[in-house]
Design a protein around this ligand. Structure first.
Ligand code: FAD
Length: 434
């Protein structure tokens, strides 16, 4: 008879410490086999040298190495559609329970419902846990039990609720002895999954006391490069949100703390309003007569608009997979308002390029810049791409870094006149919103 095991399924939680679902699995009464599935439904849509795939792959190899060297175990790696992989796993193993952490995106919800139903037919439990946020689903609701759709009251309710809980940490390392003892669990190489190593490494994050304390004064200046770079690490779970929140609280920096709450706010919105993944939260805005000029979109993507701060942002994104938040707001506004290109085009381009791409934050912020989302910038707020330079890159350090050609004759003239574009945008938006 085969040994009964439990499975822990890693997804957006690629770490061996303070991992809620993993901890619960390890505390259970059967040996735990950790697994990760390279999901072809997701991978098939990505460029073959995608930096995020390299990052996930290397993180998993490091985790495997630690488990092999120190615990005589490993992580089984599979590639395919999760439902197909689980169909095979339930045939090849005697499984009591599958453990995993919650994932809130619409695709993940459907996938998990299918897996839950498959496991149920095989009388296998599916136990899932909150891990990537402090508050999820219905944790923070208005007094009439409906979801908040404005950030500030959500943030206040979040903080009030936070004061009432004690943050738990999940001491995984104390429980690793319950892993299955087998260092030969299935492995894969990057080329097995059809990918090659990216030459755009995902940067380490930096969250020390000085960064958090100075955050308020430095965070708006792209040349200072003084933000945490936590994005991809929170996205893939290589850092615990509980630890980061605790740091922000310990350093008493409300602004940094509130940025982390923005992340949860947008997750809360996507959970309660999954249609916003593709539709404007305010439906009237889907009546906007977008121009959607493909040649202009290409110039925006390539950082050749003739507006140096916009171009600097796009070139930073193309070359590094990162763009400073202040510049994201400007390039987003420029695309939707100056060029009248549908926010979904910009959202999709960012989704392909950003190392920290996260559906909830990307969609939420794009709808914010386009004016069509929850608590969005009013549609008549149109960033001026020239005066933004005076405010945020006065001495042109950021522009010089990413657009060294901006004072040369070869640098293009602005592709659209600011005043003309502003008037056009106001007219087109007004027509849609009547
Ligand atoms: P820091 O300034 O150090 O902030 C720390 C963390 O707080 C971030 O890592 C992030 O988790 C959170 N945070 C900060 N600002 C925001 C915000 N406005 N919304 C949600 N969370 C926030 N962020 C993403 O994580 N993924 C995206 O796909 C994404 N797309 C965006 C698209 C547009 C058009 C805009 C304007 C912003 C987008 N953001 C996105 C938000 C923000 O720009 C990034 O979180 C931030 O620049 C990442 O850099 P950092 O980790 O150094 O952030």
């Amino acid at each position: 008879m085969k040994e009964t095991i439990n499975i822990f399924w890693f997804r957006r939680d690629l770490r061996l410490d303070d991992n809620h679902g993993f901890y619960e699995a390890l505390k259970s009464k059967y040996p735990v086999m950790p697994i990760f599935i390279f999901d072809t439904d997701i991978l098939d849509k990505l460029p073959k040298n995608d930096a995020r795939v390299t990052f996930i792959f290397e993180t998993l190899q490091n985790m495997r190495h630690i488990l092999e060297e120190e615990h005589g175990s490993s992580i089984a790696l599979y590639q395919g559609k999760p439902l197909d992989i689980f169909k095979k796993l339930v045939e090849s193993h005697t499984i009591n329970t599958v453990y995993t952490n919650h994932d809130y995106e619409p695709y993940a919800k459907t996938r998990d419902a299918q897996i839950a139903s498959l496991l149920q037919t095989h009388k296998i439990n599916f136990n899932t846990f909150k891990d990537q946020v402090i508050f999820e689903k219905d944790d923070i609701l208005k007094s009439d039990a409906t979801p908040y759709v404005v950030y500030t009251p959500y943030m206040k309710a979040w903080k009030a609720r936070f004061k009432t809980i004690s943050l738990q940490h999940y001491n995984v390392s104390a429980c690793l002895s319950t892993l299955v003892k087998n260092t030969h669990l299935p492995n894969l190489t990057l080329s097995d999954i059809g990918f090659s190593r990216s030459n755009q490494p995902i940067k380490d994050y930096k969250v020390d006391a000085s960064l958090i304390q100075n955050y308020e004064t430095t965070r708006n200046f792209p040349a200072q490069d003084s933000t945490s770079k936590l994005g991809p690490h929170l996205r893939f779970g290589t850092v615990s949100i509980r630890k980061m929140i605790q740091k922000a609280v310990a350093e008493k920096n409300e602004t940094f703390w509130q940025e982390l709450i923005w992340r949860e706010f947008f997750m809360h919105i996507l959970w309660h309003f999954p249609q916003t993944a593709t539709q404007s939260f305010k439906p009237k805005y889907d009546r906007i007569d977008w121009r959607n000029n493909e040649t202009e979109f290409k110039r925006w993507c390539e950082g050749k608009t003739g507006y140096p701060l916009v171009d600097a942002g796009m070139r930073q994104l193309n070359q590094t997979g990162f763009m400073h938040n202040r510049v994201r707001m400007l390039v987003g506004s420029f695309l939707c308002k100056h060029l009248l290109i549908d926010w979904r085009w910009g959202e999709a381009y960012f989704a392909e390029k950003l190392h920290d791409y996260d559906m909830a934050s990307n969609v939420g912020n794009w709808q914010w810049v386009a004016g069509c989302g929850v608590d969005a910038a009013p549609y008549f707020r149109i960033f001026n791409p020239t005066t933004q330079i005076e405010k945020f890159d006065k001495n042109l350090r950021y522009i010089n870094q990413w657009v060294p050609d901006f004072q040369e004759l070869t640098y293009p003239a602005p592709m659209v006149d600011h005043s003309f574009a502003r008037e056009r945008c106001l007219r087109v938006y007004k027509e849609a919103l009547q």
